[in-house]
Design a binder for this molecule. Sequence first.
Ligand SMILES: NC(=O)c1ccc[n+]([C@@H]2O[C@H](COP(=O)([O-])OP(=O)(O)OC[C@H]3O[C@@H](n4cnc5c(N)ncnc54)[C@H](OP(=O)(O)O)[C@@H]3O)[C@@H](O)[C@H]2O)c1
Length: 323
Amino acid sequence: MAMLSGAADKLLDFTIAPGFSRIGWGARRALGLLDPIKTDLSGRTCVVTGANSGIGLEAVRQLAELGADVVMVGRNPERLEQARASFEGAVRGRALITTEVIDVSSLQSVRAGAARLLESHPQIDVLVNNAGVLLDSRQVSTDGIELTLATNVLGPFLLTELLTPALAAAASERPPARIINVSSGGMYSEAVQLDDLQSARQQWSGSAFYARTKRMQVMLTEYWAAQLADQNIVVHAMHPGWADTPGVESSLPTFHRIVGKALRTPAEGADTITWLAAAQEPARSSGGFWQDRAERPVNRRPGTASAAGDDQRLAAELEALIG
Ligand SMILES: NC(=O)c1ccc[n+]([C@@H]2O[C@H](COP(=O)([O-])OP(=O)(O)OC[C@H]3O[C@@H](n4cnc5c(N)ncnc54)[C@H](OP(=O)(O)O)[C@@H]3O)[C@@H](O)[C@H]2O)c1
């Protein structure tokens, strides 16, 4: 049965649309590949960015249900507080859910927020870099950086680097600490242009810019996996499939209308985040790219793969942008 379900799982992944949609979720659950997660996370602290909406909100719920204390990170204090309040009396156990306002597209906001987090939470067991945008026009951040790159890559890169001491501190008592980068299956369509990270020489395309940043997240996952191994920090990227979230509805209205009822729920999209944070299997490896609790290929289209050493070059380019 295990061999059969493994083959069926791979077939779903290969065929993209069924695997990414709720069909894939339902089939894998029927095959016994997505049984309820039972790990007790009490005493662990998880930080989730983009926590007031969609997949992030559901990841908070699932982690708190397993007993973890969760810090919800968001850029808008009102939306964040409203989301936190929605959990009052709605989560089993004694998990503590708190908030931290950080605009991840702003380097100044990330620096200030990370300093507050290090003060309030000297040990962080899990960091989920989930906040993300797909824009409909070229915009720049408060630092003058193309906004898709600033939100999806540069801010999370700085936040992760700044929070590493707290992850290492947690790992020294409860190894391993875990970093989870929420990427997208959209990344399969694009290669990263290391000499044009802000896509300044490209004609505007929201989905292409987004796809490149999502591939960068996977490259950074491989980079950090090597960099942080000796501190007992594992790093994974995942993609949620296609989930019906406010973000998808507003940034991809036609896709949202066409795929409609075949979209997963946000909770189904968040499941692999929670599994990567809680299960034993991903604690034993680092640098993987996952969907529905199984490791997936990083490259599917010719001409999109990165070369050896590109992950280090990307990290150096980001360091240079941070200044
Ligand atoms: N849904 C899918 O099918 C799908 C597929 C592939 C990948 N993903 C990825 O999943 C992640 C979550 O997306 P979603 O579908 O749940 O979309 P969503 O409902 O729009 O959630 C995105 C979250 O990111 C936050 N965010 C955006 N910019 C931010 C900033 N500068 N600082 C702090 N927070 C910021 C948003 O906050 P506000 O409410 O303040 O805007 C929101 O909480 C994203 O990384 C996305 O790329 C989703």
